[in-house]
Design a protein around this ligand. Structure first.
Ligand code: NAD
Length: 302
């Protein structure tokens, strides 16, 4: 294991802390990202530099991806300067959220190049990535999973959810739709409380020992909304992508998602107002503007 060569393509908000955990464990890691600052920061932590995804695929047997969209993942793995061109990679572990169709296309394309894939999205945000406390869901053949699992344990707790690519992605996009829907309704609840003269921090406190609690009421609203820091670290554009991937799958399978569609509309409005790089927790801001109030800051910081 000590001499195993690893690679990482996409060292953004999630990828960088995960890559740092591999380096901290003394593993050999070559990284690529078009953002030079992100690469320099990891080099200071001991990473080697690959000049392209192909260079990482030449240096490493197992390559991790943490990239924004299915198209970017496909290009980084199988495009002109892609990982498959490198000739050394045997396994690609895709930690990005790409949806079931993206995962199937990636695995099929890589299989043609004799490269196995672990469809392995993650949940738990930047804080979870930094602490090594992510929830990982993996879909891959058993032998590939057996090889990847000890490495994935550096990132958090991993569950092998199936052997078909796309199975983990479906679980992930359902998780994210449920998560953003909880944030949307908790945000509406806070704005209503504020307008009625009730302290939203107190609302969250009561809800958290009642039946309305969720990750939004326990974590996102107290830490990132009531403090008005809006720095949870997940972009509105990426959340909108996840919700689209889930609703696309629901439509393809003939499953109505009325509540999910409403959450999508709110995300579309927030993304339009705040831009795709706006933080997910700032989703409350358009609701505040429509209601003509701002939830009080500084009271609910966790
Ligand atoms: P990010 O935008 O911070 O990072 C993406 C990185 O990919 C950036 O450093 C960017 O420079 C790089 N990149 C862009 N195009 C590239 C290319 N062609 N080749 C190589 N690198 C390229 O995004 P993030 O928040 O780190 O999310 C990464 C993935 O993880 C996404 O699929 C997202 O949905 C998922 N995710 C994010 C979170 C979160 O809380 N941020 C949680 C779970 C899953």
């Amino acid at each position: 294991m000590m001499s195993l060569k690893l690679g990482f393509v996409g060292i953004g908000r999630m990828g960088a802390p995960m890559a740092r955990r591999l380096l901290a464990a003394g593993l050999d890691l070559t990284v690529y990202d078009p953002n030079a600052e992100a690469v320099e920061a990891l080099v200071r932590s001991g990473a080697k530099v690959g000049g392209s995804p192909a260079a990482v695929g030449a240096a490493a047997e197992i390559v991790f991806l943490s990239l924004p969209t299915p198209d970017i993942v496909q290009a980084a793995a199988l495009g002109q300067e892609g990982i498959a061109e490198g000739g050394t990679a045997r396994i690609v572990v895709d930690l990005s959220t790409t949806g079931p169709r993206g995962a199937k296309a990636l695995a099929a394309g890589l299989l043609e190049r004799d490269i196995a894939t672990v469809d392995c999205p993650v949940s738990g945000g930047v804080a979870g990535a930094e602490a090594g406390r992510l929830t990982l869901m993996a879909a891959s053949p058993q032998d590939t999973f057996a090889e990847a699992a000890p490495l994935l344990s550096h990132f958090g707790k991993v569950t092998h959810v199936g052997t078909e690519p796309g199975q983990a992605q479906l679980i992930k996009v359902i998780n994210n739709l449920m998560s953003v829907t909880a944030l949307a309704i908790a945000s509406e609840g806070c704005v209503l409380a504020q307008k009625a003269g009730i302290d939203p921090a107190m609302l969250m406190q009561v809800v958290n020992s009642g039946s309305g609690r969720s990750n939004a009421s326990e974590d996102k609203i107290p830490k990132y909304v009531l403090t008005r820091s809006f720095d949870f670290g997940f972009a509105l554009g990426l959340s909108a992508k996840d919700v689209r991937l889930c609703l696309d799958e629901a439509e393809a399978l003939g499953v109505p998602m009325i509540v999910g569609s409403a959450a999508r509309q709110l995300l579309t409005v927030a993304k339009g107002e705040l831009g795709p790089e706006g933080d997910l927790t700032a989703l409350i801001q358009p609701i505040e503007r429509w209601a003509g109030v701002e939830v009080a800051g500084g009271k609910g910081g966790a």
